[in-house]
Design a protein around this ligand. Structure first.
Ligand SMILES: Nc1ncnc2c1ncn2[C@@H]1O[C@H](COP(=O)(O)OP(=O)(O)OP(=O)(O)O)[C@@H](O)[C@H]1O
Ligand SMILES: [Mg+2]
Length: 285
């Protein structure tokens, strides 16, 4: 089942002198098992779009349907169910953490699912392991003693413990070191391949998800600027700056060599594939 977004517009402080149209006429469909990287410069509407997909915000115009249920019409328990189904990692995870200790924070979701203590502990253990943290080391740590990267991982574990059908990650890479970013990519692949979870993850940096994404969506001033497969991105190199995005190093190298007459294929995602493509041309294959 998909998340369907139909002609969606969203204005903050609508009707006041501070009204700001953050999203304009967005139509999209996100399918089970799809990994969508959502890019765009600051203020382009990425967080607003994710919050609408999580029913934290409700459309003023158009509709968001999660597995056929209109978020604008859901109330009470149904709204809670939608928010669990489309789990959102906030851009600033502190804003979604309420407990004092790590264990209670990650256990909050499973605790509401009617599981017994052992089952809850198992869910917490698995979720922490997925983000690379061990239960014995972390379970009793006070949340306010954690680094910001650790907090982000705990918030992510809390969402994974709910086993959402749609995983909405708002800047999951921001503030993480290289190992942490790789861990997030592994979580994405795990959820996609083992659970058929659809993932929508935002970033300012193309490189963050280029290797794991099935689809790239770029927002510009609240509208969809591009919606393409990652291998098609090279063809759009010249328009990326209009959306405030830099090409990756691989894209630039391929482009520069092509300009010098090298017959290189466009369809590369990372440095390794780029090196292989250059080697192929040098060898005259
Ligand atoms: N509560 C609010 N009231 C008024 N305007 C808002 C509010 N929240 C966001 N906006 C505006 O809506 C626009 C889109 O914001 P949003 O947070 O969705 O952008 P973003 O693409 O996530 O940006 P960033 O990359 O900086 O996280 C911005 O111009 C922002 O100033
Ligand atoms: Mg944002």
């Amino acid at each position: 089942m998909p998340i369907k977004i139909e002609n969606l517009s969203f204005t903050y402080q609508a009707g006041s002198q501070w009204a700001y149209a953050a999203l304009k006429s967005i139509t999209l469909e996100i399918h089970a098992g799809e990994m969508v990287a959502l890019y765009g410069e600051t203020g382009s509407g990425k967080s607003t779009l994710l919050q609408l997909m999580n029913a934290l915000l409700i459309p003023q115009q158009g509709r968001v349907l999660i597995d056929g249920v209109d978020t604008g019409k859901a109330r009470g328990v149904d709204l809670q169910r939608l928010r669990r189904k489309a789990g959102l990692l906030f851009q600033y995870p502190e804003e979604q953490m309420f407990e004092l200790k790590v264990f209670d924070e990650v256990a909050f979701g499973p605790g509401n699912l009617g599981l017994d203590r052992l089952q809850i502990k198992q869910k917490v253990r698995e979720a922490l392991e997925l983000v690379g943290l061990s239960l014995p080391h972390y379970q009793n740590r006070p949340l306010n003693s954690l680094s910001s990267g650790e907090k982000k991982k705990i918030a992510l574990a809390g969402i994974l413990a709910l086993e959402p059908d749609y995983l909405l990650l708002d800047e999951p890479m921001a503030g993480l070191d290289a190992g942490g970013r790789e861990q997030v990519r592994e979580v994405i692949l795990h959820m996609q391949q083992k659970k058929n979870t659809a993932i929508i993850a935002t970033s300012h940096s193309l490189q963050d998800f280029l290797e794991v994404a099935d689809r790239i969506i770029i927002l510009q001033r609240g509208g969809i600027f591009l919606d393409v497969s990652p291998v098609m991105l090279m063809d759009k190199l010249h328009v990326l700056p209009q959306a405030g995005l830099n090409p990756t190093v691989s894209m630039e190298v391929i482009h520069l060599l092509q300009n010098r007459g090298w017959p290189l294929e466009n369809r590369v995602r990372n440095i390794e594939e780029t090196a292989q493509e250059i080697a192929r041309v040098i060898k005259g294959e």
